[in-house]
Design a protein around this ligand. Structure first.
Ligand SMILES: [Zn+2]
Length: 222
């Protein structure tokens, strides 16, 4: 949990404006509190359910919202997102690291960055654990290599063209959804296989978007 204290919030409507800003930017806002500083000025504290925060960026965004607003302090933020190498080293217990990695990006770039990180780690896992023996084609490759690789994360349900993770550790409610990491992971994994390179992976369902589970679809030609 990160707590941000903002000053210059005396005008009416400040709370609503800042709250709207957090929600619109995709920050998981857990609570807010109005208080007074020692000198009697009004302050607002906002709690966000994240572990990473780009303080400079947030301070600039808050200033853009109104020149009166000013970020006084940010408490509880860890410094520095994990690197892709650090994430790969922790496989398969990487969900908290992927979460921290995802949180270090803004909403505009987060999904793209998660896909790219997933691709690298998926390709790495394929090379490391699944590239032995003769290369497989889809859908055999999906059943014999990709699904077992994904089962290291959590329970997986699969058909020849679809994979579902009913309780994806990358898509916890109330947190920023990082399940595009898995889109990248599967894509990178399949791209690394000589006979599965023409397969496209797409996320078609997501708990964070109101679906009952996170689902990924595979398109390929036999
Ligand atoms: Zn999801």
């Amino acid at each position: 949990m990160v707590t941000i204290t903002i000053s210059g919030v005396d005008k009416s409507g400040a709370l609503a404006r800042i709250t709207t800003f957090f929600v619109r930017k995709g920050y998981p806002l857990k609570g807010s509190q109005v208080m007074q500083s020692a000198s009697g000025a009004k302050l607002m504290k906002f709690s966000l359910d994240i572990t990473q925060l780009d303080k400079a960026k947030l301070a600039a965004e808050i200033k853009d919202l109104s020149p009166d607003f000013s970020v006084v302090s940010v408490e509880g933020a860890q410094s520095g997102a994990p690197s892709i190498k650090e994430i790969a080293a922790k496989f398969p217990d990487i969900a908290p690291l992927v979460q921290a990695y995802g949180e270090s990006f803004g909403t505009e770039t987060r999904d793209r960055e998660l896909i790219e990180a997933g691709k690298k780690i998926g390709a790495f896992q394929y090379e490391k654990d699944w590239s032995f023996g003769s290369p497989l084609k889809m859908p055999t490759a999906l059943r014999r290599t990709l699904v077992p690789a994904l089962e290291a994360f959590d329970k997986v349900e699969a058909t020849d063209t679809e994979v579902t993770l009913p309780e994806s550790p990358f898509c916890k409610t109330g947190k920023i959804a990082c399940c595009e990491f898995l889109t990248g992971f599967m894509q990178g994994f399949l791209d690394a296989g000589p006979l599965t390179q023409n397969t496209r992976v797409q996320k078609t369902g997501c708990k964070a978007k109101g679906d009952s589970r996170c689902t990924y679809k595979f398109s390929y030609e036999l």
